[in-house]
Write a protein that binds this ligand. Structure first.
Ligand code: NDP
Length: 320
């Protein structure tokens, strides 16, 4: 039996937690995401009773990138499963920016649509920021509009990007009160790293935001009680980068060769070397099955919250 110092559900208190000989607790994002979707489905039914309609999510896809098409299909399926309406708008790769902006304007004006998501990346002739900032902020369920990013950065309530929101739910559920924890976020993108750092700051962590120019990255990581990696480098983080007992959230999605599965086969791994991290961490999210399912569940949650606000229903109770 090993003992790790970790924060327990008893709010704000440090306690020793038991871990079995197999190593770290595995934080099951898939199960939490299923629970969240169940919660959303019930609230969608209540919304229907109150408003006589259901929340609608529009997904905009430019081009025919196979990976993006799979994501979009998956999102549409999950949207329908919780009882919402899914609208798909597909455009050719060569679409002009002005035409795309016209379509976004139509979605902004469409009362059946409460959430709008533009699948990234966009082709080079299109300024992604111009498109994201053309979405009505109250329908910006990805939370990428500059006004929602500003609200989060200034500690105010707005639409929060789905992946960091999913990580926050997993962390709160696992650790309870995060106040005082030393948190290190790897990666400073607008869609994961920066909003994640802002959420942790809002939860009163002491936050370090690391990136490709960070010196002594291993030492920086090794002081984290909470380590969130959103880098996109397969197995960058070994067990020897992790503080014993730390909670590790692996956002990374990296495709690597998997000859053990057959010639030419591949598989998805995270930024963390899972096997070696298991021996040291207090808890860790797996890849796949950790953060990924939470991202889509949080997209649905944001859409429902947007529908409540737009139609004047009371704000939803927080799931976390
Ligand atoms: P970006 O490429 O936009 O950002 C990557 C960040 O990692 C940058 O800030 C970069 O630093 C930093 N970085 C790159 N290499 C290193 C290194 N060797 N050491 C330290 N920092 C490094 O990626 P995203 O934020 O969009 O995504 C990150 C990962 O998360 C990807 O694998 C992506 O697939 C995954 N992802 C998963 C989601 C999910 O639902 N599970 C959702 C979204 C993303 P710098 O700024 O200096 O260049």
């Amino acid at each position: 039996m090993r003992f790790f110092l970790s924060r327990g559900p008893a709010a704000g208190s440090c306690e020793f937690r038991e871990a079995n000989d197999l190593g770290a607790t595995i934080i099951k994002g898939r199960a939490t995401a299923a629970e969240l979707r169940g919660y959303i489905a019930k609230r969608v039914a209540e919304f229907g009773d109150a408003r006589g309609s259901v929340p609608g999510l529009a997904v905009v896809l430019v081009g025919d990138d196979p990976a993006s098409a799979i994501y979009v299909r998956n999102k549409a399926r999950k949207t329908k499963e919780v009882g919402m309406v899914s609208f798909e708008r597909r455009f050719p790769l060569e679409i002009e920016q002005s035409r795309l902006l016209d379509h976004i304007r139509d979605l902004n004006d469409d009362d059946r649509v409460h959430g709008i998501l533009v699948q990234l990346p966009l082709p080079p002739q299109i300024d992604a920021n111009a498109v994201l900032n053309s979405i009505d902020p109250s329908k910006d369920v990805d939370g990428f509009h500059v006004s929602n990013a500003g609200l989060l950065a200034t500690g105010q309530n707005g639409m929060v990007p789905c992946t960091p929101l999913g990580c926050q739910i997993l962390l709160r559920r696992h650790l309870g009160d995060l106040a005082g924890a030393e948190a290190v976020v790897l990666g400073r993108s607008n869609i994961v790293g920066k909003p994640m750092a802002n959420l942790l700051l809002k939860d009163n962590c002491t936050v370090t935001l690391a990136h490709s120019r960070t010196r002594d990255l291993k030492d920086v990581c090794a002081r984290a009680d909470i380590l969130v990696s959103a880098v996109g480098r397969a197995r960058l983080i070994g067990g020897d980068w992790i503080k014993p007992g730390a909670t590790v959230i692996d956002v990374g999605i990296n495709r690597v060769p998997a000859p053990e599965k057959g010639v030419g086969k591949s598989k998805i791994v995270g930024d963390v070397n899972f096997e070696s991290a298991l021996q040291v961490a207090g808890a860790i999210t797996p890849v796949p099955g950790g953060v990924g399912p939470m991202t889509i569940a949080c997209l649905l949650s944001n859409t429902l919250a947007a529908a409540h606000r737009i139609t004047g229903l009371a704000d939803l109770r927080s799931f976390a």
